[in-house]
Design a protein around this ligand. Structure first.
Ligand SMILES: [Zn+2]
Length: 145
């Protein structure tokens, strides 16, 4: 289970104890230990009893970690909240919701695509824009709404 960690709360010129990190990032101390033991996170003083972490190291560690979890979707895929990867949606389930927001340099309409995962039957979704929606719908020729 990966949840969103807001590393913006850390300052690169500060250093943090395990407890401070856990409280700032809203994770358990166990999670911080896990990062050190399994994910290659390095404390400033790895041999001491109470670890101290450098803010800048921490930020780049978390940034890289988030990037690794970012799922690249193919043109016809939605992100399935249950499978946690890109999946095709069941054609009849595809629904477009205009969020009312304008995004990007060209100020285009933002669209939230909703659907049902072909594999597990759970909800999946994708954020796109009015100038890219055609690319997606091309893969769903039966879409008529
Ligand atoms: Zn699924």
């Amino acid at each position: 289970m990966s949840k969103k960690i807001n590393y913006q709360v850390l300052h690169k010129h500060s250093s943090y104890s395990t407890t401070e990190l856990a409280s700032l990032l809203k994770v358990s101390r166990h999670t911080v230990h896990y990062w050190v033991n399994n994910c290659g996170l390095k404390p400033i003083n790895p041999n001491d009893h109470g670890w101290i972490f450098d803010g800048e190291v921490m930020k780049s560690f978390l940034k890289a970690k988030l990037k690794r979890f970012k799922v690249k979707l193919k043109d016809d895929e939605l992100y399935c909240l249950s499978c946690r990867i890109g999946r095709r949606g069941i054609e009849e389930s595809i629904d477009l919701e205009y969020t009312g927001k304008k995004v990007g340099a060209n100020y285009v309409d933002q669209i939230n695509i909703h659907g049902v995962c072909v594999t597990c039957g759970h909800k999946c979704r994708r954020l796109t824009t009015s100038n890219r929606i055609g690319e997606f719908l091309k893969h769903y020729p039966g879409y008529t709404k």
